[in-house]
Design a protein around this ligand. Sequence first.
Ligand SMILES: NC(=O)c1ccc[n+]([C@@H]2O[C@H](COP(=O)([O-])OP(=O)(O)OC[C@H]3O[C@@H](n4cnc5c(N)ncnc54)[C@H](O)[C@@H]3O)[C@@H](O)[C@H]2O)c1
Length: 259
Amino acid sequence: MKGITGKGVFISGGCGDIGRAVATRFLAAGARVVLGDLLPVKAGQAVAKKLSADAAHYVRCDVTSAASVARAVRQAAVWLGRIDVAISNAGTVTNQPFLELTEEAWHRTLEVNLTGSFRVAQQAARLMVKNPRRGKERRGVILFTGSWVQEMPWPHGGSYCASKGGQLMLMKIIAQELAPHGITANIVAPGMVYAGLTKAIYDRDRRFAKLVDKTVPLLRMCSAEEVAGSFLHLASEDAAYITGTSVIIDGGAMLVRRE
Ligand SMILES: NC(=O)c1ccc[n+]([C@@H]2O[C@H](COP(=O)([O-])OP(=O)(O)OC[C@H]3O[C@@H](n4cnc5c(N)ncnc54)[C@H](O)[C@@H]3O)[C@@H](O)[C@H]2O)c1
């Protein structure tokens, strides 16, 4: 893909299933990648080294702390030389029926998924606006891992769906405000991925698994690898004119079915 070789990429939640799949695609295309996550530095560094001995690096990054995100993004910029692509991917989910939804779960989910995205995007953007610009080339690309439920309610998903819906509007604001700086912002919104957050629930909750199985017209869940390619595309030169939008990868789950 054009325009990826040599680019500096930061991924929050980078040690998770989707984060590692995205990092793997960028590394294979010749980018350098910094993973930010909650693991202690030694354990995180081991994850990074497994992906690439010299083109991947780890910094500790807790997106619930403004200071931690600021430090991680700064460290990533030093290691990379400059941040060309920032991916806000850290996420958490708690499914609770609305009548039983706790304030604790509500606040934690919004803090990680929405406020965490704001912090990662803002810290990265503050550096990107200073990136020298060559011709029409972008100064930076900001991407988010959204979810098809950003626009579609999922039963018992009050806090999660609200966090991803908020992230969708945040992305549009960033796209609108930063376009004149040569920075694009977009979301990759997966549906049901047999990975990370959803895999854990799918494997332990038969009711959830049945609902998933009959929700997806393509009759299977997505893999983390099938999500990763869209991040690469949106960061590539082919997507230089795409900003303020979402790529939904849901196997048709949002289509109305009449049967
Ligand atoms: N798995 C799915 O079906 C699915 C579907 C749609 C969207 N998503 C989104 O994909 C993203 C990645 O999820 P995943 O499925 O790979 O799950 P995962 O659990 O494998 O990865 C999530 C990562 O985020 C990290 N994280 C959590 N809280 C953090 C914090 N405070 N600071 C920094 N890192 C933190 C975790 O340590 C983990 O490495 C999330 O944003 C999630 O909402 C997942």
